[in-house]
Design a protein around this ligand. Sequence first.
Ligand SMILES: [Zn+2]
Length: 381
Amino acid sequence: MQLRYQYRVYPTPGQQNALARSFGCARVVFNDALRARQDAFAAGMKISDTEVQKRVVTNAKNTPEREWLAGVASVVLVQSVRDSATACKNWFASLSGKRKGRKVGPPRFKSRKDNRQAIRLTRNGFTLRPNRKLYVAKVGELKVAWSRDLPSDPSSVTIIKDSAGRYFASFVVEVDQQPLPEINTEVGIDLGLTTFAVLSNGKTITSQKFLRRAERKLCKAQQTLSRKEKGSRNRAKARWKVARAHARVADSRRNFVHQQSTAIIRDSQAVYVEDLAVSGLARTRFAKSVHDAGWAMFTRMLEEKAARYGRTFVKIDRWFPSSQTCSACGVVDGPKPLSIREWTCPCGVVHDRDLNAAKNILAAGRAERRNACGGTVSPAA
Ligand SMILES: [Zn+2]
């Protein structure tokens, strides 16, 4: 299986310039390729990937308007053309229903002002040097903070600059599966509103204090930004502050989610979670909250780690009222306002709202697993 390993890199000022040039060229080529496809589409013509590449890279280098493309590694440009082709393909596949999951929108043009600038390089565009530096074509040897060892030879690397001005190298590596010894515990997870998540075994996961504090700071920085005059220097400063706060939140959230997902995968043979796209419907009104991004990352990590360590991961993707159904008798007791944290079912059982939901998710997950070849899901036993 393929995984991404990401490290912070520290380019020198000269390398930062070279990277900026590469980011810019990759962006221009991406946009040119997109435009070429759009034009062909509008004219009712088909255009092959090779033709697009020839037009926006090979031929473009010989024109006065684009001759500066020759100043960056051509592997960067070629990958950028490929990325634009993939974006188009995903969109078409999503339109025609061939692609599963969330709908993919039409590819958008990239802007100099985008929060994330990136270039992608395949094997012929980078080398890992014996001095532990990462050589990138036409940029040089980058200093990398190797927070952990790469498990195998990477097949590609993406160099990223985020909105807070930090640089990262994200490697794609092939990793062997490492199945953990089998155990017989299963767990359902309710992504909570008052807490981060509640497990069907009664465990509650709360965001750490420093994360909550960082999130509050981010909110404040965002408010300040919204009050600054457009185009002013103070606005630029405030934007930088927001970007920094964002980066801090994202970092601590990633660490937190890593720890939590690792523990859950270690302790359970099967993990069941509600599909966010489904639960989102019921929640958008309340939970346009800082939780959203964390949940998406959380379920993604659970899925990846389950695959890697030989565990089962099931997303409950059919909507059912997990917080209205009694996990003891199966009665659907009608909607309850969020303020109600505890309720008593007509059958006499007293429920904690989130724990009850987690138990229902566990039951639905078990049912879904049993009926993997079709059939209906009923949440209660
Ligand atoms: Zn009941």
